[in-house]
Write a protein that binds this ligand. Structure first.
Ligand code: FEO
Length: 396
C-alpha cells in the first residue's frame, strides 16, 4: 500500500505491520498494527506523527512520492514514544528546513532520543499556528499515555490528530472505520491496556475538545475514524467515568470458586457489606475480563478477594484480577481476603502478600472456612463484610 488521501490535501503516509503479534513485547495484537503519519499539503507543508525506525526507509519513500522533503515546513510531534519518533532522525536529515513542533516535555524527551541538533518550537496549550491556507491548534493532553502528549486539530478540515488517543492496534489496509472489519474489541483492548491507567487524564482532555467540530479523527495506529467520530470519544468518556454512586462508598467483592463454597462465602460477605453507606458489586473472577475491571477497581474504595486454596495457592482467575492492578491507581484502597480450604489454606496469606506489595491497605485479618461453610460460618462472613464496609465509611 502506498499513500492514501484521507481528505483533500491530507495524505496518510504511514506503514502497515500486519504480522506484528506483540506490541512493546507485552501487548497482544491479534491483527497487527499500523504506524500512521500524515502529510498536510498546505502552503506550509506539515507532517504529523511518524513511524517506527525499522520502517523509516519505506516511510521516506512514501513522503518523497508526494513532496520534496526540503519543502517540509513543520513536523508535529504529538508524542515521542519511539514507535512514532523512531523515524524522525532519518526524516530530519533530509527535511533540513523543517521545524519540530511539540510540547515542552516532548522537546526534552526528543533531545535524549535523537541526540542531534534540530530546529524546534514548543507550542503552548491552545496555541494556534498558521500553515498559510490552514491553521493548526494544539491541545495539551498530558498522560495520554505519556506526559509529553498533545493533540493537533486542523481547523479548516475539522480533523483531530490525537496520536495514540482513539487508536487501535489493528491492521487493515482499507484504513477507514467504515471499510475495515469490526475492530471494536481491539479498540477497547487498546484503551484498557494503554490508556486505562490514566482515566482522570482522559476526562480532562476530552473536556478540552468537547466544543471542537470534529468530523475526522486521524490517530497514530489503526483505523481512521470518520463515520461517527464522537462515538469513539464518548466511548473513552464512558470508560473513564467513575462507576460509583457519589453518595456511597463502593466495595468490590471478587471471588473464584471451584465447588461453590467460596462463592457462598462471597455472597454472604457481599450481603454483610451492603449497607446504607456502601454499595457492593460482586464479581465471579472466572467470568469477567480482568482488563475491563480496571475502571471498577479504580472507582472502588475497598476490594475483597476470595479464593479457595488449590495446590497451596490461590486459583488463577483471582490472580488475573490482582495482576492487572499494577496498572490501576489503587493507592490507599482498603482490602481483605477470604476463602475456603481443605488442609493447608495458603490462598488468603498469598493474596495478602501480593496486595501488600501493591501498597493496598489490608484492614482486617483473612477469613478462612474449612471445606463447606456452615450457617454459623456464613454469619461470620456477613459480619466480615459488615466490618469491611464500616472501615470504608470510617475513612471519610
Ligand atoms: Fe504509539 Fe505511545 O506510542
Amino acid at each position: 500500500m502506498q499513500t492514501l488521501e484521507i481528505k483533500k490535501d491530507i495524505h496518510w503516509v504511514g506503514v502497515l505491520n500486519a504480522t506484528l503479534r506483540a506490541f512493546d513485547v507485552v501487548f497482544k495484537t491479534r491483527y497487527g498494527s499500523t504506524y500512521n503519519s500524515y502529510l498536510i499539503q498546505s502552503d506550509k507543508p506539515t507532517i504529523i506523527d511518524g513511524v517506527h525506525a525499522k520502517f523509516a526507509s519505506e516511510y521516506l519513500d512514501k513522503l518523497r512520492s508526494l513532496i520534496n522533503l526540503k519543502d517540509i515546513h513543520y513536523i508535529v510531534v504529538n508524542h515521542t514514544e519511539m514507535d512514532h519518533s523512531g523515524s524522525l532522525g532519518c526524516l530530519l536529515k533530509e527535511a533540513s528546513n523543517a521545524q519540530v513542533l511539540s510540547t515542552k516535555t516532548a522537546a526534552l524527551f526528543l533531545k535524549n532520543i535523537l541526540h542531534i541538533d534540530f530546529k524546534g518550537k514548543v507550542v503552548e496549550d491552545g496555541e494556534c499556528i498558521s500553515l498559510g491556507n490552514k491553521q493548526l491548534k494544539f491541545i495539551h493532553a498530558p498522560y495520554w499515555h505519556w506526559p509529553d502528549t498533545m493533540f493537533t486539530y486542523l481547523e479548516e478540515d475539522q480533523t483531530l490528530f490525537p496520536c495514540d488517543g482513539f487508536a487501535t492496534h489493528f491492521c487493515d489496509e482499507r484504513m477507514f472505520d467504515d471499510r475495515v472489519d469490526d475492530f471494536s474489541e481491539d479498540f477497547r483492548h487498546y484503551f484498557e491496556h494503554i490508556m486505562g491507567p490514566y482515566r482522570k487524564k482522559m476526562l480532562e482532555a476530552i473536556e478540552k475538545i468537547k466544543n471542537l467540530n470534529i468530523q475526522l479523527i486521524a490517530p497514530s495506529h489503526g483505523p481512521i475514524l470518520r463515520t461517527d467520530p464522537w462515538k469513539y470519544i464518548n466511548a473513552y468518556k464512558d470508560w473513564s467515568t467513575p462507576r460509583k454512586d457519589p453518595n456511597k462508598r463502593l466495595a468490590l467483592v471478587f471471588y473464584v470458586s471451584m465447588y461453590g463454597n467460596t462463592k457462598k462465602m462471597a455472597e454472604a460477605v457481599a450481603r454483610g457489606a451492603s449497607t446504607m453507606n456502601t454499595e457492593v458489586k460482586l464479581f465471579d473472577a472466572a467470568n469477567v475480563s480482568p482488563e475491563f475491571m480496571r475502571c471498577e477497581i479504580e472507582s472502588a474504595d475497598g476490594i475483597l478477594f476470595g479464593s479457595p486454596t488449590m495446590n497451596g495457592d490461590a486459583v488463577r482467575p483471582i490472580w488475573d484480577i490482582i495482576d492487572i492492578m499494577f496498572s490501576v491507581n489503587i493507592k490507599g484502597k482498603k482490602c481483605a481476603t477470604f476463602g475456603t480450604y481443605g488442609w493447608s489454606g495458603e490462598a488468603t496469606r498469598l493474596m495478602e502478600d501480593r496486595l501488600r506489595g501493591l501498597k493496598l491497605n489490608i484492614v482486617q485479618p483473612p477469613l478462612k472456612v474449612l471445606f463447606t461453610p456452615t450457617e454459623e460460618d456464613l454469619k461470620k462472613c456477613s459480619i466480615f463484610g459488615y466490618d469491611f464496609a464500616k472501615s470504608l465509611v470510617s475513612s471519610s
